[in-house]
Design a protein around this ligand. Structure first.
Ligand SMILES: Cc1cc2nc3c(=O)[nH]c(=O)nc-3n(C[C@H](O)[C@H](O)[C@H](O)COP(=O)(O)O)c2cc1C
Length: 203
């Protein structure tokens, strides 16, 4: 069993989204103690954006180059393919995914590698597997009457579906900007949701 943990906050291991995603990984490890965990900390911007050759190859009928970020992309795709379960930690930035996670997505959503394009549109090439997404946000976004839109959840659902990942579970710690009491309550909420999710997984 391989678990891929991608953590995308600029706050690194101190991040709320990292904390929640690490809890998910730990809970999975309790159930699968011999699982191998690969962790990608990408929130510091160390993952480059895709380069010119990569962009050209997305439109060409074959890959024009395996150099530069095409090689980075190949490595990240191999890592994703090898994963039985994926856990992603992400803050909400400006109503959507942070640019660090978007860079990772640009590397792994790759024509001829993780999806194909034909007359009828795009066909996914990856087998489905559980993907847990741990979100942290300063405000709230998931109930009626919230003051901000949520482009993060629908975006991740749509973009992962292109490559075949549809088994997505979202957990969140929302309202981190509302003080310690609200943060504690939000963490407790996330813990309860995690326990419910794990019970469903075990069944
Ligand atoms: C650049 C930036 C943009 C942000 N945009 C939003 C936003 O649109 N909505 C929101 O609720 N919080 C927003 N926040 C606040 C973070 O989502 C919040 O602090 C979150 O708890 C950070 O999670 P982390 O500790 O995992 O990085 C933003 C923070 C930053 C740095």
């Amino acid at each position: 069993m391989n678990i891929l943990h991608v953590s995308s906050s600029p706050r690194g291991r101190a991040a709320e989204s990292h904390r929640l995603s690490r809890k998910i990984v730990d809970a999975l490890l309790e159930r699968h103690p011999s699982a191998n965990v690969s962790t990608r900390m990408i929130g510091d911007g160390s993952l480059s954006h895709v380069d010119e050759n990569y962009a050209i190859s997305q439109h060409a009928t074959e890959d024009v180059s395996q150099e530069g970020t095409a090689a980075t992309s190949a490595e990240l795709i191999r890592e994703l393919e090898a994963a039985d379960i994926v856990v992603i930690g992400t803050p909400m930035h400006n109503f959507t995914a942070p640019s660090t996670l978007k860079a990772w997505i640009d590397h792994v959503v790759r024509v001829r590698w993780t999806f194909d394009v034909g007359r009828h549109g795009k066909t996914p090439l990856l087998r489905d597997r559980p993907v847990f997404v741990a979100v942290s946000s300063g405000g709230r976004f998931s109930e009626d009457g919230t003051r901000q839109p949520d482009f993060l959840t629908p975006y991740l659902k749509a973009v992962f579906a292109i490559i075949g990942l549809r088994d997505l579970t979202f957990l969140s710690v929302q309202g981190t900007a509302f003080g310690q009491e609200a943060l504690t309550a939000a963490r407790d909420d996330a813990d309860r949701t995690l326990q419910n999710c794990l019970q469903r997984l075990v069944r």
